[in-house]
Design a protein around this ligand. Structure first.
Ligand SMILES: CCCCC/C=C\C/C=C\C=C\CC(=O)SCCNC(=O)CCNC(=O)[C@H](O)C(C)(C)COP(=O)(O)OP(=O)(O)OC[C@H]1O[C@@H](n2cnc3c(N)ncnc32)[C@H](O)[C@@H]1OP(=O)(O)O
Length: 308
């Protein structure tokens, strides 16, 4: 595992094509992975669990279910992102896994997006490390060589929406109280170019333009209308529909699907890989501004007051 973690992003030759393969490099991975528990049975199915992520791999189907379990709202902290990245990397390297379903173990929430407390009141070094882990999860999911399906069984703002969009297919629960979208503008922050491009590639330019400027959050039925999700189903059917869907994808020869995916996504992945450092600098400059810190503080208070 340590060797896997030390390795950076690399290109794997596959016939005449090169596929993307990410590496999760946080430098703080070993202590996190030591905390995880895992078991493997005779049919090569396995389960593992760490504090934020639970993984069940069915060796007979090749399908892994990756559940977010970070109470109360699956906000994406540095630890959460690190664990998720390691789990996905392990599955990517596991020959018995052919596809993953990302979903939540918590009721009503897929993910509350990036953990705002990681972007508030900390020092620039922390912001840089955090942003690097955000880049890594996007690079990992968007450039994933295996099939990735989002089973969105709750609200999914901002970073939650980004991770969903980075998957190959999205199935959302039909509860009208749930919302999904890139709402950054409502927090007084700005989605960076790779968030924006991921959305453009999912729903098109005009819809993204309106969504980003207003920080729009969509109900499941509206998300379906604009193509932000591909299917809306009763909540109790989200996981079974995701399993049926991934089974259809599994009928396609892996190499043909992988190369097709890489052909579509590699230019965007390469763009971020080429500008990671400047993107981190932009983020740190932006997030350390007094006015932005003030907006985030105000937003966090409003979340707490809404509850009171
Ligand atoms: C031009 C240059 C550009 C450079 C780039 C610059 C900047 C880009 C920067 C950042 C991009 C960020 C993307 C993000 O993901 S930001 C996060 C956006 N997320 C949200 O807005 C979600 C906010 N949360 C909610 O709407 C609700 O909490 C939710 C619907 C998810 C759940 O509602 P519910 O009623 O069940 O639960 P609550 O009582 O509201 O929350 C419980 C508890 O959790 C805390 N919390 C909620 N969300 C977050 C979060 N994202 N991070 C941290 N903490 C969160 C909430 O405050 C409650 O805490 P407590 O009161 O119990 O202490």
């Amino acid at each position: 595992m340590a060797a896997v973690l030390r390795r950076g992003f690399r290109l794997v030759s596959f016939g005449s094509s090169q596929l993307l393969c990410g590496g999760c490099k946080h430098g703080r991975t070993s202590s996190l992975s030591i905390c995880s528990t895992s078991s493997r049975n005779s049919s090569s199915s396995s389960s593992s669990s760490s504090s934020h992520v639970k993984v069940d791999l069915d060796g007979s189907t090749g399908i892994a279910v990756v559940k977010f379990q970070s109470s109360p709202v699956n906000s994406m902290s540095l630890d959460f992102l690190t664990e998720l990245c390691i789990s996905l990397e392990k599955l990517e390297l596991d020959r018995s896994c052919r596809g993953v379903i990302l979903t939540s173990a918590l009721p009503k929430i897929f993910s509350a997006g990036l953990d705002i407390t990681e972007m508030y009141g900390k020092n620039p070094e922390h912001y840089a490390e955090f942003w690097k882990s955000v880049q890594e999860i996007w690079l990992k999911v968007y450039g994933y060589s295996k099939i990735a399906i989002a089973a969105i069984n709750g609200s999914s703002p901002a970073g939650g929406c980004l991770v969903s969009m980075a998957c190959d297919y999205r199935i959302m629960a039909d509860d009208p109280r749930y919302r999904i979208g890139l709402n950054e503008a409502q927090l007084g922050i700005v989605a960076p170019f790779w968030f924006k491009d991921t959305m453009v590639n999912t729903v098109g330019f005009r819809t993204t333009e309106l969504s980003l400027q207003f920080g729009l959050m969509y109900s499941p039925s509206d998300a379906l209308k604009i193509g932000l999700v591909d299917q809306v189903v009763p909540e109790e059917n989200v996981l079974s529909t995701a399993t049926e869907t991934i089974t259809k994808w599994l009928a396609i020869p892996d190499h043909a699907r992988e190369i097709s995916k890489s052909m579509m996504r590699k230019p965007m992945v390469d763009r971020l890989l080429a500008s990671r450092e400047s993107d981190i600098k932009n983020f740190v400059n932006f997030i350390t501004k007094d006015s932005i810190q003030k907006s985030l503080g105000f937003y966090m208070n409003s979340l707490k007051q809404r509850k009171a």
